[in-house]
Design a protein around this ligand. Structure first.
Ligand SMILES: Nc1nc2c(c(=O)[nH]1)N[C@H]1C(S)=C(S)[C@@H](COP(=O)(O)OP(=O)(O)OC[C@H]3O[C@@H](n4cnc5c(N)ncnc54)[C@H](O)[C@@H]3O)O[C@H]1N2
Ligand code: MOO
Length: 392
């Protein structure tokens, strides 16, 4: 059995970035840019007003000005103002030829088609957004490696970009194994359990913006599992199996993986929950055999799967690890790393009850996993521990 650290290192050694794709900007939120983006145009494309008011030549601001026209946002034609003249102008409208300054409409008096200014703070160029002041044509707008946040998407749209090259999100297959599984909403017969692993995993993946998720059921039948695993491995970048990785007579994941040409990188990690975790690869595809207990599945997801799928898409692993003070004593045996469902608040952390790996009630309330390493045994109130904050 290997340690948690060895398992994490082995996984990261087997990750290869997915090949970039070109997609519509509207679909690109949450992706990482694979190429630098350059501006094609000066933005703003013309000098424009940032206020509703009057456009003028600054040198005229002390004299009465004759109102000769109007510029509204979206106007397709321009006008020219001469000395002693002004034009009505609205926010976003092109500055008329000859004007260099805009006075806000609150700071003038208007009578008989003439305006006089009362703006002691008026300066040349005030309330004018210069052509190219956001970005100049040819300038680097956004470097590759940047995450496309909503603001980044808006910025790129605002400079006229509609296609971007990004690292795609991985395609994921989830295979749930187990003859005992019943769909939620149906009646539980004797011996059945509700299938929850595909629900928790799909929810966690969707939270990461992953949309291409296929869910398969493989019963507890080696032949079915071989076929499903083959299909899933061919059609996705990451396969998440749940259940069937332990030592029972109906645990077929290891055998099916070997049959499908999946290279085993490791099986079994010194951890609780999730000890029988399997990890293998085939042609740069990642195959995780997650131990079937619902809490083991999620624990392994947050520790191993989530960082991997982020790396595939060139995203930084922003899983937050903090140090926190334990609120009461806790004991464990030495030998395995334990991940406890916990509540973290203001630097303090409390292990929740119901830590058993078949239960999710405490996980459903937890906001962190408390990491107790292999050697730790008796922990006292006030001890400083590492906690992994769970995504919202
Ligand atoms: N003799 C030993 N037995 C077990 C060991 C061991 O070392 N020696 N390890 C235990 C540990 S730890 C775990 S974890 C489990 C892992 O077993 P499997 O990965 O083979 O999982 P299953 O046996 O198929 O299922 C375990 C448990 O989880 C329930 N389950 C499975 N899939 C789902 C699902 N999709 N939704 C909800 N619940 C699911 C299943 O009914 C079982 O109760 O092995 C221990 N045994
Ligand atoms: O370690 Mo298992 O994952 O207890 O349920």
């Amino acid at each position: 059995m290997i340690s948690v650290k060895e398992a994490k290192d082995l996984i990261s050694q087997h990750i290869t970035l997915l090949n970039p794709i070109s997609i519509d900007l509207a679909q690109a939120s949450g992706h990482v840019l694979a190429n630098d983006v350059y501006a094609k145009y000066d933005i703003p494309a013309f000098s424009q007003s940032s206020m509703d008011g009057y456009a003028l030549k600054f040198e005229d601001h002390k004299q009465e000005l004759a109102l000769i026209g109007e510029m509204a946002a979206g106007t397709a034609t321009s006008i020219t103002i001469l000395q002693g003249q002004t034009s009505r102008i609205f926010t976003g409208a092109p500055l008329p030829q000859g004007a260099d300054t805009v006075v806000m409409q609150e700071k003038i008096t208007r009578r008989d088609g003439k305006i006089t200014l009362q703006d002691p703070n008026l300066k040349p160029g005030l309330n004018v957004r210069d052509k190219g002041s956001e970005i100049m044509a040819g300038a680097l707008a956004m470097e590759k490696g940047n995450l496309l946040s909503p603001a980044a998407i808006g910025f790129l749209a605002g400079i006229g970009i509609n296609q971007v090259s990004v690292y795609p999100m991985p395609k994921i297959s989830i295979i749930v194994t187990g003859k005992e599984l019943q769909q939620p909403g149906k009646t539980l017969e004797f011996g059945q359990v509700y299938e929850s692993n595909s629900y928790s995993l799909s929810a966690a993946l969707k939270h990461e913006g992953i949309e291409q998720i296929a869910v398969y059921e493989a019963d507890d039948d080696l032949e079915i599992l071989k076929k499903v695993l083959q299909t899933a491995t061919e059609s996705s970048d990451v396969v998440l199996l749940t259940g069937g990785v332990s030592v029972g007579d109906y645990d077929f994941v290891i055998e099916a993986a070997s049959h499908c040409g999946i290279k085993q990188i490791f099986h079994k990690v010194k951890q609780k929950p999730g000890k029988p975790l399997f990890f293998g690869t085939k042609n740069q595809k990642l195959i995780f055999g997650l131990p079937g207990n619902p809490s083991s599945v999620l624990c392994c997801y947050y520790n191993y799967v989530l960082p991997s799928i982020k790396s595939l898409s060139h995203k930084s692993n922003n899983v937050v690890e903090l140090q926190a003070k334990l609120t009461h004593s806790y004991s464990k045996a030495a030998g395995l790393t334990h991940f406890l469902k916990g509540k973290y608040e203001n630097g303090l952390v409390t292990p929740l009850s119901a830590q058993e790996s078949y239960r999710l009630s405490s996980f459903a309330q937890a906001n962190c996993l408390i990491c107790l390493d292999e050697t730790q045994e008796d922990l006292k109130k006030g001890d400083i521990l590492t906690v992994l904050i769970l995504p919202d």
